[in-house]
Design a binder for this molecule. Structure first.
Ligand code: OGA
Ligand code: FE
Length: 297
């Protein structure tokens, strides 16, 4: 289904919400952000926000029509055996294998490597506990053309040269730690509504390396979606990189947002996202797994 038809389908009365998203105000210089306290006299971030009012549509009514290769994101039901997402060992031992299995099923990947995760909860982040960070209120994508490819050599050193000869992708799996999510939900932009010119590479400085992410400049064509009241047994798969250059979704802008419809006594959002590399079988470079072929038009 073409993006505009999809938008029309989900523009019904259900939970469409209007909010402000932090786009990038583009300057002359490449924006730089430090992931740790920068040297004296250096700004933590030179990124400047350009807040814009947008409509964020309820994606639930169109969930069956979403595709990782068109919109760049899908919703899936997924039960987990994890009891405590703040327990790093449990996440590595129980959750990572669960997600590797899920990603194989959903994408047709021959090989999946979960390499990182992040828990988010504002009060816990403020209290400095449990490795928690706060939700990200800036429109971004986790990788660029350059850094997406570099991830393969970062994590699979000697195998990388062979692996990048065939199609691969990077998918985030995002779910509530406690559901349903009542505030600061995740907004995701239909990848087919993003123009190449909207993507601006930014440096992200870590103690031991410089990463690169995309920020996005405002474009009124962007079509934003969210899944209201996401539950603990639901997960969003979000494609943040695809090596294919054949027109399918490669990058998917996303951000946390303030939902004016959140109840005043909403409990703070708690979520976990895992980052993964997925490698498609050399003989099946068109694999998508998700509803491939089901989309009309
Ligand atoms: C992500 C991400 C931000 C948030 O999952 O890649 O950017 O607020 N999350 O959950
Ligand atoms: Fe992200």
């Amino acid at each position: 289904m073409a993006g505009n038809d999809l938008a029309a389908k989900s523009s019904g009365k259900i939970n469409q919400t209007t909010t402000s998203l932090n786009y990038l105000l583009k300057g002359e210089e490449k924006p730089v952000t430090y992931a740790f306290p920068p040297p004296p006299g250096v700004a933590t971030s030179t990124r400047r926000n350009d807040p814009r009012t947008v409509t964020v549509r309820d994606a639930r009514p169109v969930a069956d029509h979403l595709s990782l290769d068109r919109q760049g994101f899908i919703l899936t039901h997924h039960a987990t055996r994890v009891k405590n997402f703040y327990d790093q060992q449990e996440v590595h031992e129980v959750y990572y294998p669960e997600i590797e299995k899920l990603l194989k099923e959903k994408t047709g990947a021959a090989r999946v490597l979960v390499f990182d995760h992040q828990v988010r909860c504002l009060p816990k982040a403020q209290a400095g506990v449990d490795h928690a960070r706060e939700p990200v209120r800036a429109v971004h994508n986790d990788y660029t053309i350059r850094s997406g490819r570099r991830r393969v050599s970062d994590h699979l050193r000697e195998e990388a040269a062979e692996l990048v000869r065939h199609r691969f992708a990077e998918i985030n799996v995002w779910r509530p730690i406690e559901g349903p999510i009542q505030e600061s939900p995740l907004a995701v932009c239909d990848a087919s509504s993003i123009a190449a010119d909207d993507c601006v590479a930014c440096d992200f400085i870590y103690p031991d390396k410089v990463g690169e992410t995309y920020a996005f400049t405002y474009n009124p064509n962007h079509r934003w979606y969210y899944f209201p009241y996401l539950r603990r047994d639901e997960a969003i798969l979000l494609k943040c990189y695809d090596s294919a250059e054949d027109g399918r979704a490669r990058f998917t802008a996303h951000t946390a947002f303030d939902d004016p419809k959140s109840p005043p006594d909403a409990s703070p959002r708690e979520s976990i996202e895992v980052r993964s590399l997925i490698f498609f079988p050399p003989e099946d470079q068109n694999a998508t797994g998700d509803q491939a072929g089901k989309l009309p038009g």
